[in-house]
Design a protein around this ligand. Sequence first.
Ligand code: ADP
Length: 489
Amino acid sequence: MKSVSVVQELMLINGKWSPSVNAKFFSVENPAERGSVIAEVPRATAEDVDIAVKAAHEAFKSWREVPTTERGKLLWKIADAVEAQAEEIARTISTETGNAIRTQARGEVKSVIDIFRYFAGVVSEIRGSTCPIDNNLMAYTQREPYGVVGAIVPWNAPVQLSSLKIAPAIAAGNTIVLKAAEDAPLGVLKLARICAEYLPPGVVNVLTGFGDECGAPLSSHPLINKLTFTGSTAVGKTIMRTAADRIIPVSLELGGKSPQIVFPDANTDKVVDGIITAMRFARQGQSCSAGTRLYLHTSIFDSFVEKLSAKLSQLKVGNPLDEESDMGSIINKRQFDKVSAFIEEGIKDENVELIMGGLPPKDGPLAKGYYHVPTLFATKNDKTRLAKEEIFGPVLLILPWENEEDVIQAANNSSYGLAAFIWTNDTTKALKTAGKIESGWVQINRGAAQMPGLSYGGYKQSGIGREFSLEGMLDSYTQVKSIMIDFND
Ligand code: ADP
C-alpha cells in the first residue's frame, strides 16, 4: 500500500542536494507497517559515485589545510545542531528502522552527539613523535590524512555508525563519501543536512543506493584512498578483496556471536537485566555486539532461566514510536524471514528446547509489521547453527557449563570475536577470564553500549581496525610520514 504523496529525498554531493544521474528513486519502508512507504531516495549508481568521489578529492586539497582546532570547532557545531534536532532525528530513525524510540532511537542520537564532541575534542592529539638518532640528525614523524575515505554503513544503528565514520575521518583532515544503507538512509540524510550547513562543499558526501549498484563502485573507485565498512562478514570480505586490488587500507567492523558467561555467584536480578541489555533485545537483537550465547553455570541454571523468562515476558513489543514499547520491529521482510527460519530450525531440533517466545504472531497488531518476540532456546549442543551463526534477531541461546576451562574454550569456539560479557563479583576470576577471551571488547558486569574514548573492534572474522577512540582515529584515518634532517657540515 503506497501512501498518496511520498517525499522524495535527495543526496548530498559536493554541497548540493542532488537526484541520481539516472533520475531513479527507490522506496524506504516503515518495517512496523508492512509495505508502507515513508519516502523515496535516489538510486545512485557508479556515475553518482564518480561525481561524489571527484568532489571529495577536490575538497580534500583545502580541507587538509584547515587547522585542526578549526576542524574541531566545526565538529562541535555539528554536535550542537544534532542536539537541537535530536527528537526529530530519533523519530526518523525509529520510523525507518523499526527501533523503539524510547529504548533505542533516542539513545542512538545521544551517541551521535557524544561521538562528534569526542572527536572535536581530540583533534589536537593528531601529532607525531621525534626520534633521537644522533646529534646532527633530527628525525620526526607527522600524521597525515589519507585523502578520500569511502564509507559503507548498515541499517541497524544507521546514524551512529555513520558518525563513527564521518567524525574521525574529517577530524583527521580526510574528506568522505558515505553510502547509507538502503533500508535506513533517512536519518543519515538528516545528519548530512547538518554537516552541509557547517562544512565546505565536498567534505562530506552522502549517497543512497544499493550495495551492488552503489557500494561496489564506491569501494573500487580509483580516487578512494581508504575504505571503512560496517556490515556483514560476507560483504566485508568482498570489500577487502576490492581494497587489495589497489592496496588501500581498509577498516572492517563485521559480525559477531558474542558469549556471555554467568558464574554461580551472579544469580541476581541485576545480572538478568544486564544480560537483556547485552543481548540488545531493545534493538530486536540486531546488533553485531549482541551477547547471543548465554553460558549459565549448571548450579544456577533453572532458577536463572526462570528469572530471565519472567523479565523478558514483561518486555512490550509494539509500535516503535509508542513510548510504552520496549522493542520494535525487525528491519525488513528478508531479515524477518531469516530470523523465522532460525526459530523454526530450533523448534524442530530435538536437542534444542524452546523456553519462551518462538515464531512471530500470525494475526493481531504485531502481524502488521515485521515483529518478532523475545525468544529463548536452551541446548547442550554447541554444534547447532543457532550457536554458530549470527541470527540478528531477538533469539538468545542458553548453554550450560560446569568447568571454567571448558566454558572459556566454548566461548572462544567461534569464528567471530567482537564482544564478550562476564558476570561475577569475583574480580580475580573475572579478570582471568577476560584475559583469556578472544574478543576485541570484554565487559565485566556491564551490558551497555560502547563509549567514545575506548577502542571498539573485532578479533578474528569480526573485523580489522578500531573505532570510537583516538587510537582508532589515528590508525584508521591517518598515515605516518617520517621526516629526517641532517645537520652535519
Ligand atoms: P546487512 O545484512 O546488515 O544488510 P550487508 O553487509 O549486506 O549487511 O550491508 C551493509 C552495507 O553494505 C549496506 O550499505 C549495503 O548496501 C552494502 N553492500 C552490500 N553489498 C555490497 C557490495 N557488494 N559492495 C559494497 N557494499 C555493499
